[in-house]
Structure formats: structure tokens, C-alpha cells
Design a protein around this ligand. Structure first.
Ligand SMILES: [Zn+2]
Length: 117
């Protein structure tokens, strides 16, 4: 993903979040500080999750140029590339993000692994 595309996606979501908070405030004029905090944290964690997954998916680690030199952590045999696969990771705030990673399978024991990173 290109830099401009990354930024454009985040700008769009940021705008939506800002508008949603303003709208929510208008609908909840008597909200407590705690409720306001919860609403804003919830909205921002959406942006946070998107930024983390987009940044990670844009990184070089998302792809193996070739599986040459990558060996099975279990038996040390060679891996063959098996295309891309989604990997779901749990973030610190409990949200899940999806990463798309190259995926390799060991020719000997069949164990599948993702590239590091
Ligand atoms: Zn193996």
C-alpha cells in the first residue's frame, strides 16, 4: 500500500469519528465525564486498530521474497510458500486486527508458519 493511500484511509475514518462524537454529544447532552470518555475511547480504538493493521500490512515483513533460507522451526527442513493467509491478532485494548501474511508449510512435518514480524 502506498503512503498516500494509507493516509487517505486514516483521514476518512478520522473525519467520521470526529463527526460521530459531535453527533453523539448532541444526542447525549447530559452525558457524564465517564460516559464521554468511554464513547471517545471506543471510537478512537477503531482508528487505532485500523492504523495498526494497515501499517503492519504495508510492512516488508508481510511478504517473503522467496521462502529460500526460511526453515521450519520444528524440524529445520525447508518451507514451501503457500500463498497468503489471514492472521488474526489480539491487540492490547482487546480489539482484533487482521493481518495478511505470506504463509509457508514445511515439506517434512507439515507445520505452517508466517514470516516473522
Ligand atoms: Zn518441519
Amino acid at each position: 500500500m502506498k503512503r498516500k493511500q494509507l493516509q487517505a484511509g486514516w483521514s476518512g475514518l478520522s473525519e467520521e469519528i470526529l463527526e460521530a462524537v459531535v453527533q453523539w454529544r448532541a444526542e447525549h447532552p447530559k452525558a457524564t465525564l465517564r460516559e464521554i470518555e468511554g464513547e471517545i475511547d471506543g471510537r478512537l480504538s477503531e482508528l487505532r486498530a485500523k492504523m495498526i493493521s494497515d501499517t503492519a500490512n504495508a510492512s516488508v515483513a508481510a511478504e517473503w521474497e522467496t521462502a529460500d533460507g526460511v526453515v521450519c522451526p520444528a524440524c529445520g527442513a525447508k518451507l514451501v510458500k503457500k500463498g497468503k493467509k489471514k492472521r488474526v491478532l489480539l491487540m492490547r485494548d482487546g480489539r482484533k486486527i487482521e493481518l495478511v501474511r505470506d504463509y509457508g508449510v514445511c515439506v517434512v512435518c507439515g507445520q505452517g508458519i508466517f514470516p516473522p514480524g
